[in-house]
Design a protein around this ligand. Structure first.
Ligand code: HEM
Length: 178
């Protein structure tokens, strides 16, 4: 499998980023909503820290993915793709980049200001922020709001992928598959 993208299909690296991030983000959404239901203090501490640690990994992967995308050609949409489909595809694409960088970033800002940064073993990776209740509230209100935005974007994205696969049969889904 080619490493780089071509004008016809995605390369192995773009596919790696796509599917690893897809699994991690779905896992993070589940962990995020599950966290609010846990009453056991010890278990909650473990799950919340896992959530934070995976969240920073997503932030790093999204930045690397953006750099890789800038260094690669983007496979062209099939010629029979209508103008509004192209616009919607671009809107969802760029919204994903903005939201999936903003989401872990605001989580990280809130957790750091609350003095509860992600801990990888004994290594605490916090931003140099003082405790600020208004900043913490704003960060997690934004975090909770963006969770909804991510779910809407994922629904449109998966809906479009199946539309191409089952109705248009134009191999758009297959070119991102292995
Ligand atoms: C793409 C990455 C991330 C996703 C998809 C995600 C998703 C979520 C979701 C769905 C919730 C529950 C929201 C709700 O109850 O309405 C949540 C809560 C939370 N997340 Fe994340 N998260 C991400 C990254 C992070 C990061 C990087 C941190 C911190 C370093 C973090 C810290 C938290 C905390 C502390 C809560 C609880 C907030 C509260 O009590 O209201 N998250 N997250």
């Amino acid at each position: 499998m080619a490493i780089w993208n071509t004008s016809a299909k995605y390369g192995a690296v773009a596919k790696f980023f796509h599917w690893v991030l897809a699994v991690l983000i779905l896992l993070m959404l589940c962990l995020g909503f599950y966290m609010g239901t846990i009453s056991d203090k010890v278990l909650k501490g473990v799950i919340v820290n896992l959530h934070k640690c995976l969240g920073l990994i997503i932030l790093a992967l999204m930045i690397l993915r953006g750099i890789w995308a800038l260094c690669n050609v983007r496979p062209a949409m099939p010629t029979n793709t209508r103008w509004w489909e192209r616009r919607l595809e671009r809107l969802v694409h760029y919204s994903f980049y903005v939201v999936l960088i903003a989401m872990p970033l605001v989580g990280w800002i809130g957790a750091s200001s609350a003095g509860k940064p992600p801990r990888y073993g004994t290594l605490a990776l916090g931003l140099p922020l003082a405790q600020n209740e208004r900043l913490i509230d704003l960060a997690f209100e934004t975090h909770n709001f963006l969770a909804g935005v991510i779910i809407v974007l994922i629904s449109i994205h998966i809906g479009a992928a199946f539309f191409h696969y089952f109705f248009k049969k134009d191999r758009v889904l297959q070119r991102m598959w292995f």
